[in-house]
Design a binder for this molecule. Structure first.
Ligand code: SF4
Length: 278
């Protein structure tokens, strides 16, 4: 969809898919890709701004978008992804929290994305309004300090760790996005750092870790042609390794954007641990 075709009155995408719950079950989940204002962080691998509004999100629009997305949903879990950060007031107006929370409360679990620099007080206000289990997904990407800086995350590994322990104190679950591969780094080194990053995410209490193989469509400041090449069988092998590393302490999924699933050679069991997300 072109940016000009986006409307603040409709999500730009809605997906219904099962998610592993970490206890051997699959949970029906609706993912709503909300049309909201642009994220101000500007990580250099991120192209989510393509799906955002030119100005602040109008008041009331997010609740109306959720209504549209979930009207026929039988899902137990809801993901609200706003191409940015849930507690960024320009993207999700705090005055709308009550209306949004009322919609969240018909689900067992609601998952949002947020960067540690946004809204600790706003998180507390929102928690007062919800009765469902709440989970925050944070894009740690990697624990390699130089890469983290190069990605322009505006967040250090320590910032992430502090935020993880803060939300844990509030009883909020943690989901972590990790990247697999950056430009100019070979496959072996990429896998090594993703394994170390997974270990750190789990040590910080992650309930779910989502691994995202770096994709050329994601910016990279003109260096996308230097990304390591992960064949589909290699991705399956890496995923297996990461599942073993996690030893059941966290759900570990592999993002399948752009991967031809039918050719993967993944077993049905492995497929149950896969996911797609923004
Ligand atoms: S990755 Fe997240 S924090 Fe970074 S620019 Fe994209 S939406 Fe913003």
């Amino acid at each position: 969809m072109n940016r000009e075709q986006l409307s603040a009155e409709a999500p730009y995408l809605v997906l219904h898919e099962p998610e592993p719950d970490g206890r051997g079950n699959e949970v029906s989940t609706t993912t709503v890709f909300l049309t909201a204002s642009q994220c101000p962080v500007g990580c250099n691998m991120c192209d989510l701004h393509l799906n955002t509004l030119p100005g602040a999100t109008p008041s009331g629009a997010i609740a109306r978008q959720i209504d549209l997305a979930v009207k026929d949903s039988q899902a137990s879990w809801l993901k609200l992804y706003n191409s940015g950060n849930f507690f960024d007031p320009r993207s999700i107006p705090p005055a709308d929290y009550r209306e949004i929370a009322a919609r969240c409360n018909r689900f067992d679990r609601v998952i949002v994305e947020n960067h540690p620099q946004f809204g600790k007080n706003r998180l507390q206000k929102f928690l007062e309004l919800i009765t469902c289990k709440f989970e925050i997904a944070v894009g740690l990407e990697t624990v390699q300090p130089r890469w983290l800086e190069r990605l322009g995350k505006q967040m250090s590994r320590d910032d992430f760790s502090r935020y993880a322990s803060e939300i844990n104190r509030f009883g909020v679950d943690l989901r972590v996005f990790l990247i697999l591969g950056v430009p100019g780094i070979d496959v072996v080194e990429s896998v090594r750092w993703t394994r170390l990053s997974l270990r750190h995410a789990i040590a910080c209490g992650a309930r779910h870790v989502s691994i995202i193989p770096a994709r050329s469509g994601h910016g990279w400041g003109g260096r996308a042609n230097q990304l390591p090449d992960f064949s589909t069988p290699l991705l399956a092998e890496i995923h297996e390794k990461l599942l073993q590393d996690s030893d059941g302490q966290a759900v570990v999924t592999l993002d399948l954007w752009d991967v031809p699933v039918n050719d993967t050679g993944y077993s049905r069991l492995r497929q149950s641990n896969l996911s797609q997300h923004a």
